[in-house]
Design a protein around this ligand. Structure first.
Ligand SMILES: [Zn+2]
Ligand SMILES: [Zn+2]
Length: 161
């Protein structure tokens, strides 16, 4: 829209915090959640959103994110346990909706900083693991220092005081 060109951007400069209820305008996942990227949202409510990974590592590869900007998994604290649990539930629901019935052949996890390309917290949901190629197995590798499963993250958060 040409009319936007002359619209001054209101930058207060007083705060570097996210505005508009946890929206970070530099964050691609915030834009996706707001529908600004044209990405199909498979789920979108005020807490959680889900969409397909643009570089699928398996026949089913979903990203589950908080709808408001939350930083990477290393920055999470015990109070985030219920959010992470909800994200896992959403991932399972998404698989079931898409006829993935073998929940033993799935991988749920997070990239550990600095190995995340986007800082907005995102859960990778991949299935079936048995059909993942060599590179995907590496990128989403269990017990590596760059990938942590959802269970491992929950254990970590629960052990915090
Ligand atoms: Zn974000
Ligand atoms: Zn990632």
């Amino acid at each position: 829209m040409a009319a936007d060109i002359n619209t001054p951007t209101p930058e207060s400069g007083t705060s570097s915090q996210t505005d508009d209820g946890g929206y970070d305008k530099k964050c691609i996942f915030c834009k996706i959640v707001k529908g600004e990227m044209g990405t199909e949202l498979l789920h979108n409510d005020e807490t959680i959103s889900c969409f397909r990974d643009i570089h699928p590592g398996a026949p089913h590869h979903y990203l589950v994110v908080p709808s408001k900007h939350v930083g990477n998994c290393k920055s999470l604290r015990k109070e985030h346990v219920s959010l992470v649990e909800k994200m896992v539930e959403m991932g399972k629901e998404m698989l079931q909706k898409n006829n993935v019935t073998d929940l033993n052949d799935v991988r749920f996890g997070f990239h550990w900083p600095p190995f995340c390309s986007v800082t907005h917290l995102h859960l990778h949901v991949l299935a079936p693991v048995s059909q993942m190629g060599f590179m995907s197995r590496l990128v989403y590798r269990l017990n590596s220092y760059w990938f942590i499963t959802a269970d491992q993250l929950l254990q970590r958060l629960n052990s915090m005081s």
